[in-house]
Write a protein that binds this ligand. Structure first.
Ligand code: SAM
Length: 280
């Protein structure tokens, strides 16, 4: 019978956060695929898990993925873990899950620690709609394009960042989103020095310049405030003549009355002023 791939979330700091079901699954699996076997051996010793470990990481995910799928098809049960948190979240995992789906191997997930969810819930930022960007692309065009796309993002934005790149990322976010934009800098979650600091991007840049950032960080950034979007819209339309502004809406299929109503809303003025400006 085909085995099952178990996605096992492991602690992001506090070892007590592993679930009882995950420990049992790790003990009973035939094999544990781990990102860094040396790193995970410590946790396994602490948990009293003696299941053999094999490495599955970013640089062998395709070949090793195929090998793991063959073992699953031969009936072995395999637990997948990463260095910390939930497999497949900014970690290798999605390739193996995909290979399993293609091969008809059952996959199940044992939920547990995940830095982005821990940070979002602690941030106090709107959690109803959010977007997870993981790590920003390192360089060049791709990075600029993501930053550009974030300018219009109204949902709460969650990013991962390494301490030695934090200063640069905060500076680029400040340039893209404006210095007043609020964020929660969530550091060392579930660890002794856990810290959640709410501040503006300008303040965060000052703080990162004053002392070298240390530890692990999640950035939870406020989405674009509606007032900012309104102001930009008003600014854009204020540059048009009243006739050009009217034509903009007629071209979109609005009738003249609806177009003038929309113009008044864009500029935040009474409809009467729109009639007058068009007559003049
Ligand atoms: N799979 C993990 C998860 O479920 O969150 C994420 C792994 S990703 C390679 C590592 C990044 O997650 C770190 O650079 C940091 O941004 C974030 N992270 C992990 N543990 C953290 C912690 N205890 N406190 C704050 N951020 C953490």
């Amino acid at each position: 019978m085909t085995g099952t791939l178990f996605l096992c979330a492991t602690p992001i700091g506090n070892r007590g956060d592993i679930t009882a079901r995950t420990v049992e699954t790790l003990r009973e699996a035939d094999l544990i695929a781990a990102e860094d076997t040396r790193h995970s051996r410590g946790l396994m010793e602490y948990l009293g898990v003696e299941t053999p470990l094999t490495s599955y990481h970013e640089h062998n995910k395709y070949e090793k993925g195929e090998e793991l799928v063959s073992r699953l098809l031969a009936g072995e049960n395999i637990a997948l873990i990463t260095d910390a948190g939930t497999p497949a979240i900014s970690d290798p995992g999605e390739v193996l899950v995909n290979l399993c789906h293609q091969a008809g191997v059952p996959v199940t997930s044992l939920p547990g620690p995940c830095a982005l969810i821990t940070a979002l819930t602690l941030s106090g930022m709107p959690a109803r709609r959010f977007v997870f960007e993981g790590f920003l692309p390192m360089e060049g065009k791709e990075r600029r394009e993501v930053l550009e796309s974030l300018k219009k993002e109204a949902r709460t934005i969650i990013l991962y960042e390494a301490p030695h790149r934090l200063k640069r990322t905060l500076a680029e976010l400040k340039d893209a989103l404006g210095e007043k934009r609020q964020l929660a800098l969530c550091r060392e979650l579930t660890k002794i020095h856990e810290e959640v600091l709410r501040m503006s991007l300008a303040e965060a840049c000052e703080m990162a310049a004053a002392s070298e950032p240390r530890g692990e960080y999640v950035l939870v950034v406020e989405g674009r405030p509606p007032a900012e979007a309104e102001a930009e819209r008003a600014g854009r339309f204020a540059q048009l003549t009243p006739q050009e502004h009217l034509q903009h809406y007629l071209d979109q299929g609005l009738d003249k009355k609806a177009a003038m109503k929309q113009m008044a809303q864009d500029l935040g003025v009474p409809k009467r002023e729109i009639y007058d400006s068009l007559l003049n």
